[in-house]
Design a protein around this ligand. Structure first.
Ligand code: PSU
Ligand code: MN
Length: 300
C-alpha cells in the first residue's frame, strides 16, 4: 500500500514521536459544512496541544494520505464528490481515482500499515437497530476484531443497537474499557444502561493494557469508551424518541447500506435544531484529547 505522509507525520514517524490517527468520514459525511471544517481544524490543534501529531487519513485522487495539508482538509470538508470509503473499498477507490473519506475501518487499516497505534473517532459503527432483519453490521466491527490498535470513541453511536453491538464486540474478541466509567456510553449521552465494562482511570494505564494486550499475541483492538462531558451531553431519554423517529423516516425513504448512518446523523441534527451537532463535535474533540494523551504514553 502506497501512503503519502504529510511532512509533520513523516518526521514524527522518523523520530518515533507520538502520532494520533483521525478519520475523515466524520468530516465529509458526519457533519455539515462549514461546521465539519471547523471541527477538523480544531481536532488537529487539540491533538498538537496535547503533544501528538494528527494523522488525518483520506483518499485524494485515488491516493492514500496520512496527514492532510490545509487545502486537502478543505477539499474533504466541502467537495460533494468525496465518497465514504470503508476498508473493503480502498482498492476500488484507488483504481477509480476517487476522492474518499476514510471510515473507522479504513482508517484502522491504513494506520496499522503506517505503524500508528492510536486512533480517535466520534463513535464506532456497530450493529444497527433491526439488524436481525437487515443484517446491517458495520465493517468497523470486523476491523476492530482484526486490527490491534487503540481506538478511542464515545461508545457506539446511539442510533445503533448498543446491547447487540457490545455482544458482537465480545464475539470478535475486542477488549472494551471505559475511561473513568464502567458503563458503556451512548455517544450523545453518558449513560446507556449497559454496565460492567472494565474501568480505567488514566492514559498511562490504558497504554500499559495495550502493551499487555498485544504482548499476549492478541490481534484485536483495544476499544476505549470515553463518555462525553456532562455539560455537553444530551440525556438518553431526550434522544430516544428523536432517534426512533429518524430510524422510521429512513425506513420509509428506503435508506439503507452506507447511506444510513450519515442520513440518521443529519436527521438528528435537524430534529434537535443543531444541538446534536454540538454534542457530536464535543464528544469527538474529547476523544482526540484523550487519544493524544494515550499516544504519548504508548510512545514512552
Ligand atoms: N463518528 C461520528 N460521526 C461519523 C462516524 C463516526 O461521530 O460520521 C462515521 C465513522 O467513519 C464510522 C462510520 O466508521 O460513521 C460508520 O458507518 P457505517 O455505520 O455505515 O459502518
Ligand atoms: Mn452498514
Amino acid at each position: 500500500m502506497k501512503i503519502h505522509y504529510s511532512n509533520e507525520v513523516q518526521s514524527a514517524l522518523n523520530d518515533h514521536k507520538p502520532i494520533l490517527a483521525l478519520e475523515s468520514t466524520i468530516i465529509a459525511q458526519g457533519m455539515p459544512y462549514p461546521h465539519n471544517l471547523e471541527f477538523a481544524q480544531q481536532a488537529e490543534s487539540i491533538c498538537r496541544d496535547q503533544g501528538a501529531v494528527p494523522a488525518t487519513t483520506a483518499i485524494i485522487n485515488g491516493e492514500i494520505y496520512v496527514g492532510l495539508e490545509k487545502n486537502q482538509i478543505e477539499l474533504i470538508a466541502r467537495d460533494p464528490s468525496v465518497k465514504k470509503i470503508s476498508r473493503r473499498e480502498l482498492g476500488i477507490a484507488l483504481s477509480r481515482k476517487w476522492h474518499g473519506a476514510a471510515t473507522v475501518s479504513a482508517t484502522m487499516h491504513v494506520a496499522r500499515s503506517a505503524g500508528i497505534r492510536v486512533f480517535a473517532t466520534g463513535g464506532i459503527g456497530g450493529v444497527h437497530r433491526g439488524a436481525e432483519d437487515t443484517f446491517d453490521l458495520s465493517e468497523d466491527l470486523t476491523a476492530l476484531g482484526s486490527i490491534p490498535i487503540v481506538v478511542v470513541s464515545a461508545g457506539a453511536k446511539a442510533i445503533l443497537d448498543i446491547g447487540r453491538t457490545l455482544e458482537y464486540l465480545e464475539t470478535i474478541g475486542v477488549a472494551v474499557v471505559g475511561y473513568k466509567t464502567s458503563e458503556f456510553p451512548a455517544f450523545y449521552s453518558r449513560h446507556s444502561g449497559f454496565h460492567g465494562i472494565h474501568q480505567v482511570n488514566s492514559a498511562k494505564h490504558i497504554a500499559r493494557m495495550y502493551r499487555n494486550h498485544t504482548g499476549c499475541g492478541l490481534h484485536s483492538a483495544l476499544l476505549v469508551a470515553n463518555p462525553v462531558s456532562e455539560k455537553d451531553e444530551i440525556p438518553a431519554q431526550d434522544m430516544e424518541s428523536i432517534i426512533a423517529a429518524a430510524c422510521t423516516s429512513a425506513q420509509e425513504k428506503n435508506i439503507s447500506g452506507k447511506k444510513l448512518t450519515p442520513y440518521l446523523l443529519a436527521e438528528i441534527v435537524r430534529a434537535t435544531g443543531g444541538r446534536s451537532l454540538k454534542t457530536n463535535r464535543a464528544l469527538a474533540l474529547n476523544n482526540v484529547g484523550l487519544g493524544a494523551k494515550i499516544s504519548r504514553e504508548v510512545h514512552k
